[in-house]
Design a binder for this molecule. Structure first.
Ligand code: GLY
Length: 345
């Protein structure tokens, strides 16, 4: 493997590009907009395989990736001097009853203990699972650091360049990708286009799931834990921003936030943490998660011999970026070519 084109400049594409370049490949990233401006930007940045209740292979990957995070972030900060807002702040998952998995290292706090862990939760929170190894990264700051790290490593980053069609050689391998600035040739191609996967691979069943979100500002920095409720989560950044998410909507690429979406999120947020009612709203936004049936994850060989897929990360793209980069780089460099074609739950 020498020349690789990575299509997609979100967190998955950039993480793979950096890992491949570090292992000796010459990598070009092709991004039709600006790197990291789609779902990587819209996400909340939770590192939460347990709170998300991932199961099976996906859970294993999530736990592995969560364990990779401290070193991955330290490396990015070392390369760039930029902080990524990584914070192992723990996650509280409100639940009325202790859960069966408590014996597996997850503790459950009754209301009295909860008040010591995080004062100010709403009366609907009568108890919660406490997940001390979970946390968050500030995904927007992470993307800025990753973008810089990739360029410092020597990756060629082409932004504002759309890749719209594969060009094949007589042996049915991909010879080039046709782009808005002409054909780009490489030995190997990696598709990491998230919710837009079908524009280059219509046969892969990855479709968008819109998420609406907003943020408020907590001048007191009173919320210090992620609160992962039923349908609403609260992610407090260290600068006082509280990110509130998120709707899950099967509406294609329909843009915009809606009154119903934001109203539902605010109602859920205020019920979890009543002080939010008087906090100023900072921002509202939306993004598109890459969803596949059964939450399948496409990590491995694509439909053409020199194409690898890294898509379908759905709610877990930020979490799964480091492990995805390792797996794809292992496959392409032959270090550990085991493939994970569809790691569903
Ligand atoms: N990872 C949380 C979400 O997708 O809303």
């Amino acid at each position: 493997m020498s020349d690789v084109v990575v299509v997609g400049g979100g967190i998955i594409g950039l993480a793979i590009a950096l890992e491949l370049q570090d292992r000796g490949a010459t990598v070009t990233v092709l991004e039709r907009g600006r790197c990291g401006q789609q779902s990587s930007w819209a996400a909340a940045g939770m590192l939460a395989p347990e709170a998300e209740e991932l199961t099976g292979d996906l859970r294993e990957l999530g736990l592995r990736s969560r364990a990779l995070y401290p070193q991955w972030i330290a490396d990015l900060q070392h390369r760039t001097g930029l902080s990524c807002g990584y914070w192992c702040c723990g996650i509280l998952c409100p639940s009325a009853q202790p859960r069966a998995d408590t014996a597996g290292g997850v503790s459950w706090l009754n209301r009295e203990s909860l008040d010591r862990q995080q004062p100010g939760l709403g009366p609907i929170v009568t108890g919660a699972r406490w997940l001390p190894e979970e946390g968050q990264v500030d995904n927007r700051r992470l993307m800025a650091a990753l973008h810089l790290a990739v360029r410092l490593a020597g990756v060629r980053v082409l932004e504002g360049v759309a890749g719209y069609q594969w060009q094949f050689s007589p042996s049915s391998t991909i010879r080039a990708i046709a782009t808005s600035i002409g054909e780009l040739e490489a030995d190997h191609y990696v598709l990491a286009t998230g919710a837009w996967t079908r524009s280059l691979l219509p046969q892969i069943p990855v479709t968008p799931r819109k998420g609406q979100m907003l943020s408020v500002f907590d001048a007191q920095r009173s919320l210090q834990r992620v609160v992962f409720g039923d349908g609403t989560y609260l992610v407090p950044r260290q600068d006082g921003t509280i990110v509130i998410g998120a709707t899950v909507e099967d509406v294609g690429f329909l843009p915009d936030t809606t009154a119903t979406g934001i109203h539902g999120l605010l109602a859920g947020a205020i019920a979890l943490y009543p002080a939010i009612a008087t906090m100023p709203i900072r921002e509202t936004w939306w993004g598109f998660r890459p969803f596949a049936p059964n939450e399948a994850l496409f990590l491995g060989p694509g439909p053409y011999a020199n194409l690898t897929m890294a898509t379908g990360h759905y709610r877990n793209g930020i979490l799964l970026a480091p492990v995805t980069a390792q797996i794809i780089a292992d496959q392409l460099t032959g270090r550990n070519p085991k493939s994970h074609p569809q790691a569903g739950p």
